[in-house]
Design a protein around this ligand. Sequence first.
Ligand SMILES: *Cc1c(COP(=O)(O)O)cnc(C)c1O
Length: 332
Amino acid sequence: MSINASNIRLADIQKARERISQAVHRTPVAPSSALSKMAGTPIFLKLESQQLTGSFKVRGATNAVLNLNEAERARGVVGVSTGNHGRGLAYAASQAGIRCIICMSELVPQNKIDGIRAHGAQVRIVGNSQDDAQEEVDRLVNGDGMIMLPPFDHFDIITGQGTLGLELLEQMPELGTVMIPVSGGGLISGVAAALKARKPDIKVIGVSMERGAAMHKSLEAGKPVMVEEVATLADSLGGGIGLDNEFTFRMVRELVDEFVLVSEQEIAEAIRHAYWYERLILEGSGSVGIAALLAGKVANEAPLAIIASGGNIDMELHHRIICGENVDVTQR
Ligand SMILES: *Cc1c(COP(=O)(O)O)cnc(C)c1O
């Protein structure tokens, strides 16, 4: 297997690490006694839910923002995101003292808008679809000269997310297998590139939800394909990978050893497990690795680390799930 074929090298990820190390947290790796007991082998959780802004996305966003030159900084950055990329980018830009506009449609719930505003970005509400929001971004880029920073398919975003891999291996040199949530594949591409450059026999397992897993569908098709966007508890894993995908499709195809899909029920079970047994508040997307393990969908290859990628869940929804209510977001 060639780990250089996608033109992202270990040295690039190391450079990203130097760039962002003072700006983001080094998150803890916690042994899970409950999961270890159940699996019969040591299981560890990498707690990116405790990262600044509540997810790993701030790593890539910070790396991209800090890598802008003086002229680009003056122009400001723009993104389309209702979720964790929006938060991460808003935070990174405000820390760097540069202008940031996040565009979203009228359909986005107020709590998500507030979440992004709270990190210092200007939120621009346009039209009632993602396409309308994208049109506004194009206007800001082509008309006003702002810099668009996408959530996953971008060199600096991928190398920024990859810093998590370097950190994890330092904290856990014995690492054998890692389970990583996948949407557009920026996280798993960066982390797998870092890990495999350092320790080629590490097994990398991607995890997505059964409903609307664009990367998985694209791997099956042998090329990037569209999927219908449907409601899921793993809301940060929805959306496409881009038909003109430049980096992540190729990298996932080369670097990921196995792919697992989990059901809505299994995700809810994992959110419950995280709360009652690990004392962690995880969003659905951050708990798919635990879901796959609990469901017995991966072989117990120790020592295993699960990336708990984020914790930004609506607390009312979380409350209902941990109280055992059979929450079905797919009916909405
Ligand atoms: C964005 C996100 C992911 C998936 O990351 P990709 O780089 O798009 O694959 C996983 N978990 C959380 C919490 C996220 O916000």
